[in-house]
Design a protein around this ligand. Structure first.
Ligand SMILES: Cc1ncc(COP(=O)(O)O)c(C=O)c1O
Length: 477
């Protein structure tokens, strides 16, 4: 209980407790017929005498709000309608019943822990702060004059940024996209949300990779979609699985993260890419290509995106600056057929009146500058070093205890733990030891996996983080 009586208040403490309990009863925090804490427990919790709690409970009883029976404690009355004079909305019911679902409890827990300062964070899917191009941004801010429009901008996002993205995707991904076929979004996350909300309806069947980032997002369930899983092997999903799923469930849309997939780090094989495009044309199923990682390639070679192979307009291409520049900028984009982009832009305008002008301006300055290219080289180099450091730490501290495939890009490492292990208990142990990671079940049906994000680990802390994890694992033996 976070609430405590205020000893500086002139109001008697028993009265404060009475009012606090009454508020809890009115708001549904203490629902009808629920058992209230025992007098002794509540007195201890609030640091007051037991007689003070007795006085408060007696007052609630005489108001008819609680019933007290010897031996069975104090219960909220079953019918409190009209008794409580305060009619506070039942916020807990509103909070639980809204149609947009909250994050998975484990995701909330990890986020809370990851925000703490003392833990080594190998969980958050982003870059470590030393990789953000902060000095370039500072230079733009001090040397360039912002003279853009400060009013509501175009619903698809700032035109100059869309022109810059158009040439960026041509240079780096061989994608032909006119500025009018681009929508700027608040990261790839908002792109996925808009697609789900605007292009699909409750009951529609969608296919997602297993494991995948999408699996961790309740936004599919919030929209009432039926999700079906496509297992990912070392070459990505198998097109034959898509055929089988479609025959059975009439798949309406497929969500893929084909390059350096989160969490597995796999690359969808070129032959499978071709086959999937053919299936998409044959069945008329749109593919969402979620591609935030392809520029992180450690080998320098960037394979063909599905979008660059798409002659018929079957692919909606989603990308962002989160994994290559800075996640806090919240710049992402969708490329697709113009009527689709206009529909999504209309929705985005209803949601937030378009993207904030300043992050768009900074993004445009940086993407269009000569420094972007050298930044990407630096990033690839640094990420490779972090990956290698994680591999050597895993070998040093967890030899024979984990197996993994070596990713050639991206920021994640997907590790299989040898032997049965409860990943959730392991997370709790790891938090006690001072490191946080993501249990694999968050991403799909496979058990006994964990995801470490080497891109988020500060170089000097990756080794220590894995050592702490190894300690946590040992303490469960
Ligand atoms: C595959 C994938 N898609 C989308 C996102 C969302 O990223 P953002 O909204 O920051 O661009 C993430 C983040 O981890 C991701 O891994």
């Amino acid at each position: 209980m976070e609430w405590k009586p205020n000893r500086a208040d002139k109001k008697a403490i028993y009265k404060q407790i009475t009012e606090y309990m009454e508020r809890g009863i009115s708001s549904g925090d203490f629902p009808p017929n629920s058992v209230l804490p025992s007098e002794r427990a509540l007195a201890k919790e609030l640091g007051v005498n037991r007689s003070t709690v007795v006085a408060a409970y007696e007052e609630l009883q005489s108001a008819g709000l609680v019933e007290r029976k010897k031996g069975s404690g104090t219960r909220v009355s079953t019918d409190i309608w009209g008794i409580s004079h305060r009619r506070i909305p039942n916020w807990s019911r509103y909070v639980e019943q809204g149609s947009f679902l909250p994050n998975l409890p484990l995701v909330q827990r990890i986020r809370k822990e990851a925000q703490g300062n003392d833990l080594i964070n190998l969980a958050s899917g982003e870059l470590s702060s030393d990789l953000f191009p902060i000095h370039h941004f500072q230079r733009f801010l001090s040397q360039q004059q912002f003279n853009g429009n400060l009013g509501y901008d175009h619903p698809q996002g700032n035109l100059t940024l869309r022109e810059t993205i158009s040439s960026h995707v041509k240079t780096y991904k061989n994608i032909d996209a006119s500025p009018s076929s681009i929508l700027i979004t608040s990261g790839a996350q908002q792109a996925l949300h808009l697609i789900v909300q605007c292009l699909l309806k409750p009951g529609d069947a969608v296919a997602i990779e297993d494991p995948s980032y999408c699996f961790s997002l309740p936004l599919f369930q919030s929209a009432g979609l039926r999700t079906f899983l496509l297992p990912v092997d070392q070459h990505g999903i198998n097109p034959n699985d898509l055929i089988a799923l479609h025959r059975k469930h009439r798949i309406r849309m497929v969500f893929l993260n084909p390059t350096y997939q989160n969490p597995t780090g796999t690359i969808l094989h070129p032959a499978r890419r071709k086959q999937i495009l053919e299936l998409s044309s044959e069945f008329g199923i749109p593919i969402i290509e979620d591609d935030p990682y392809s520029l992180t390639s450690f080998t320098g070679g960037i394979g063909s995106t599905l979008k660059s192979m798409d002659d018929n307009g079957n692919i909606l291409y989603v990308s962002s600056l989160s994994k290559i520049v800075a996640s806090g900028l919240r710049i992402g984009w969708i490329i697709g057929p113009q009527p689709v982009i206009e529909r999504l832009a209309d929705a985005k305008q209803q949601v937030d009146f378009g993207h904030s002008v300043f992050p768009q301006w900074i993004a445009e300055q940086f993407l269009g500058s000569d420094q972007f290219h050298s930044h990407i080289h630096m990033l690839q180099d640094q990420l490779k070093q972090k990956r290698d450091l994680m591999i050597s730490s895993l070998s040093e501290f967890l030899d024979n205890k984990v197996e993994f495939m070596i990713p050639e890009g991206g920021i994640h490492m997907w590790c299989k733990l040898n032997g049965p292990i409860n990943e959730y208990q392991l997370l709790e142990e790891a938090i006690k030891k001072g490191v946080v990671f993501v249990p694999g079940s968050i991403f799909g049906s496979k058990k006994g996996y964990v995801r470490f994000t080497f891109g988020r680990g500060e170089t000097n802390l990756i080794q220590e983080g894995i050592l702490r994890f190894a300690d946590a694992l040992k303490s469960m033996e």
